[in-house]
Design a protein around this ligand. Structure first.
Ligand code: ADP
Ligand code: MG
Ligand code: MG
Length: 893
């Protein structure tokens, strides 16, 4: 017969005896830790836990209990009676209990706790007599009726609150504490009348009926709408179930020597190793959190820092406080983590009601992990495993000063973290112009496109009205480390009037706004920020992470500044240098357009000759920053039409540079139009049709590499990457172009350098044919953005419109452009890695694209045995930590 009830407290610990004392899966988080605390001798009121298994069975059996549960619950009550010497339902000396829900993970949405269960018209008199405090007894009874009616009977609690308000008003009181025993007793009568009226039955007087009602309500709350919503949002399976905890009441509301409080063993905001908490004298349960009275500080130091008058617990109850501090130490040592604790003091005696690992800010998580490892409480590896890599994101960017006031205009998506303030500008040109004048600007667009890149670079932050988390603005901003709020649907942009309209207000170009890319908030005016701290704890944790990491971490970077940032963040090379961004530069775009629109090879070569010195300068600057490290340069990739001129003015500029007519150019531009550019004339298809483009780029790479080698004595290691290859032959042709350029430059300069030619694997065919492709390519870089797009057949530029529903409906667990679709796309990567290695055992394997900075995807890369991941510069530390965690996880298998 399955055991469903586990007792704890008073020297009995069924969970410990059964060896499942700490098992949150069976006892729920609260139950497991109540059991755990009782087992190590801490003062825990006795009680019992009905397991989560019972909850699951309850639903499987059509919301009924097995026969055996009655006896088990009765034995549980008998246990509590034995320890406390009180009897459940006994009129002379009644036992009161709390009934508390407790799933595996803390879950708002579950039933609220019912306190003081076991009170009725008779037992309330007994409680008054044994406590010698009638006021306390009637206060407890009215609390019980109110809570029970609300959470178990589901009655309208506003009516109860109103009755209390009216009672106080009639008596001329403002505080609950002014109410006398008689006042409470009168209110109880009113409450009972309210129950009769709303529920149609009298308030249950039978304590067993009360108990089973509460147990049923806890199990019932597992399938409540709000609990389901919470589970869906947090990926909690529906079959976990909740446990029920029934526990002897202890009373924090028995006068001035009683209190209730919550505490953290370290500061959950800063991580500082100092107790942190609040308490209330003569109060019960959730009074502290409910804000009925202003709680007092736990420690003297915190009270003094806040300049508050009411005594801290340390001062008001020094002995109990010392006992509590001792318990904090024991709990931290036992659970080896910062604890979030609930306690009650009944007439000077301390009781522990809950402990769990405390939630904390990213900053605190980092500090606590490093401190605990330094203190010897946990190992360095555990410290590495404990910090959520994604949370580091918050720490690597300036953040809003939490103390500063905010005038929030609206909220969009938190697309790229960090906070920034600046003048509103509505176009990239103005952003660049004002930036050159030393002004801070926020670029505000309906949405952004590749042409806005220079403006995004010039801006301190980006705000868009449309577009999701993987929109152009979001992806590019993350890559650049610019804060970005995207999809702020609450704003309207009037380009003509140069106005930003939001919630009935209108802001002009030049007005200052602040955006917080970590929360999505958009605020009027400047909100001060605080700078990130990269040395200290952060640096220490990174060193520990690097000790266990196997995967190398590179950066996606295409400017010297990006490279510098990436190196400071610990990048071990460039995994993806996209050359097209260089083409958008204002000084070059005309030559680029001339090249694209040329009708002959000769025309193209003329334009390319103008670009060669510019490209060489780009690569030289990058190689200098990345001296001694590998740099993967991807030759031109995007559809040519992205570079086309727009207005007449731009056509005229190109016409003049090329010495041809505007009409001719316009005709040529029309010819370049494509129906489906993503699958069109792009990637190596450009190099196949116009080899001179790749030839120029390769030449620029080798000339730059040799120049840097000669200057610095440290040769860079260029890895020339051919994009969008589907066949071995394409790569062969392109490799021949690159090799010929290399030979020509080497002959010219009289020296050689090492280099590699490889390809991106971003088409399913390339993955399938990887064995053959590896005969030519020395490395593969998985271009998972395009590989996801081409494998699933979802356009990433259009996915925003429907992908959210796909995630909501569970078709994809997460946006496959953010976190790699390991199941599907992952198979192609595994297969390509295997086939590539079978042909060429030392083929270098890496991943570039958004996934290179996503911890779950990095874990997959570790499992697949890739050599490196490449992430945007600001995500390099995240990738280093995630790679270390992946290595630890692999090792523990
Ligand atoms: P939650 O999950 O919302 O924190 P709890 O079950 O922890 O709910 O209960 C909330 C509060 O009720 C506790 O912090 C404590 O103050 C009070 N409480 C619960 N059980 C008891 C008890 N046996 N004696 C006294 N107070 C209790
Ligand atoms: Mg609660
Ligand atoms: Mg609690």
């Amino acid at each position: 017969m399955t055991k469903y009830v586990y007792r704890f407290g008073g020297g009995v610990n069924d969970g410990e005896v059964a060896g499942i004392g700490g098992d949150k899966n069976l006892l729920g988080g609260k139950g497991a830790n109540l059991d755990g605390m009782a087992a190590i001798g801490l003062p825990v009121p006795p009680g019992f836990t009905i397991t989560t298994e019972m909850c699951t069975r309850y639903y499987a059996d059509g919301e009924t209990y097995p026969e055996s549960l009655n006896a088990e619950v009765a034995a549980g009550i008998a246990h509590i009676e034995g320890v406390t010497g009180k009897r459940f339902g006994n009129a002379a000396d009644p036992l009161l209990v709390s009934v508390r829900s407790g799933a595996r993970v803390s879950m708002p949405g579950m039933m609220d706790t019912v306190l003081n269960l076991g009170l009725n018209d008779e037992t309330v008199e007994g409680l008054a007599a044994t406590s010698g405090d009638a006021r306390f007894a009637w206060d407890s009874y009215r609390r019980f009726i109110q809570m029970y009616s609300d959470v178990v009977l589901g009655l309208d609690h506003a009516a109860f609150e109103e009755a209390l308000e009216v009672a106080k008003e009639d008596a001329g009181f403002t505080l609950d504490t002014e109410m006398s025993a008689n006042d409470w007793q009168a209110l109880v009568a009113e409450y009972k009348a309210l129950v009769q009226k709303q529920w149609g039955k009298p308030f249950p007087q039978d304590v067993h009926e009360q108990l089973w009602g509460a147990i049923g309500a806890v199990f019932g709350s597992w399938q409540a709408e709000r609990a389901k919503v919470y589970r869906r949002l947090n990926g909690i399976p529906g079959d976990w179930g909740t446990a029920v905890n029934v526990q002897a009441m202890v009373f924090g509301n028995m006068g001035e020597t009683s209190a209730t409080g919550v505490a953290f063993t370290r500061d959950p905001a800063t991580g500082e190793n100092a107790y942190y908490g609040e308490y209330l004298i003569n109060a019960q349960g959730e009074d502290v959190v409910a804000g009925i009275r202003t709680p007092q500080y736990l420690t003297k130091a915190a009270r003094e820092r806040a300049g508050a008058k009411p005594l801290s617990m340390e001062e008001a109850m020094p002995e109990t406080y010392a006992e509590l501090a001792r318990v904090f130490q024991i709990l931290e040592t036992h659970y080896r983590d910062m604890q979030d604790i609930e306690f009650t003091v009944q007439q000077g005696k301390l009781w522990m009601l809950q402990t769990r690992s405390g939630k904390r800010t990213a900053k605190a998580a980092l500090k606590i992990a490093v401190d605990m490892a330094t203190e010897g409480l946990i190992s360095e590896e555990e410290a590495v495993a404990r910090v959520d890599p994604a949370a580091l994101d918050q720490l690597l960017h300036p953040t809003l000063d939490p103390k500063a006031p905010r005038d929030v205009l609206t909220k969009g998506l938190p697309a790229s973290p960090g906070a920034a303030s600046g003048q509103i500008v509505f176009d990239a040109e103005n952003a660049e112009r004002l930036n050159e004048l030393g002004e801070a600007v926020i670029l505000v667009r309906i949405e952004t496109s590749p042409e806005d890149i220079h403006g995004m670079h010039a801006a301190k932050g980006i705000l868009t009205a449309r577009g999701g988390m993987t929109s152009h603005a979001a992806v590019v901003a993350r890559g650049m480390g610019r804060p970005c709020v995207s999809g702020a649907g609450g704003i309207a942009i009037d380009m003509e009037a140069q106005l930003l309209k939001v919630g009935g207000r209108a802001l002009k170009a030049g007005d200052i706004i602040t955006i917080d890319g970590g929360t999505g908030e958009v605020m009027a005016g400047e909100v001060p920020t605080v700078q990130p701290e990269l040395a200290g704890d952060f640096g220490t944790l990174m060193i520990w992470a690097d000790k266990v990491r196997r995967l190398k971490v590179r950066a996606n970077a295409e400017t010297p500044l990006d490279c510098k940032t990436a190196r400071e963040f610990g990048a071990e090379g460039v995994g993806l240098c996209r050359t097209e961004h260089m083409f958008f530069d204002a000084a070059r775009i005309t030559a680029v357009r001339q090249m694209i629109l040329a009708e002959t090879e000769k025309g193209r070569r003329e334009a390319l000759a103008k670009l060669l010195p510019e490209q060489r300068a780009d690569f030289t600057a990058i190689f200098i920053e990345m001296a001694g490290l590998p740099v993967t340069i991807r030759l031109l990739d995007p559809p040519l039409h992205e570079f086309l001129p727009h207005g007449d003015g731009e056509f005229a500029e190109v016409a003049e540079a090329a010495g041809v007519s505007i009409e001719l150019l316009k005709r040529r531009a029309a010819e370049l139009h494509e129906f489906n550019p993503m699958l069109g004339h792009r990637g190596c298809r450009l190099g196949v049709t116009y080899p001179e483009i790749y030839e120029m780029q390769a030449r620029a790479i080798f000339e730059a590499a040799i120049a840097v080698a000669e200057q610095s004595g440290e040769a860079p290691i260029p890895e020339v990457m051919i994009p969008l290859v589907a066949t071995k032959r394409e790569l062969e042709l392109m490799k021949a172009v690159v090799d010929a350029a290399a030979q020509a430059v080497f002959a010219d300069k009289g020296r050689t350098i090492d280099y590699l030619v490889g390809t991106m694997i971003e088409l399913p065919r390339a993955a399938l044919m990887a064995g053959e492709i590896a005969e030519v390519g020395a490395f593969f870089s998985f271009g998972t953005n395009d590989l996801t797009q081409t494998t699933i057949g979802i356009s990433r530029d259009d996915a925003g419109r429907f992908l959210t529903s796909y995630v909501d409906k569970g078709i994809f667990a997460r946006d496959p452009f953010v976190s790699l679709d390991v199941e599907g796309v992952g198979q192609l990567i595994q297969l390509a890695a295997e086939r590539g290695r079978a042909t060429r055992p030392d083929v270098k394997l890496g991943i570039c694209g958004e996934h290179g900075g996503d911890p779950a995807s990095i874990d997959f890369c570790e499992k697949t045995g890739l050599d490196y991941v490449s992430a945007s510069p600001y995500r390099v530390p995240i990738a280093r930590l995630a790679a270390a965690q992946a290595a630890l996880a692999a090792r523990s298998k």
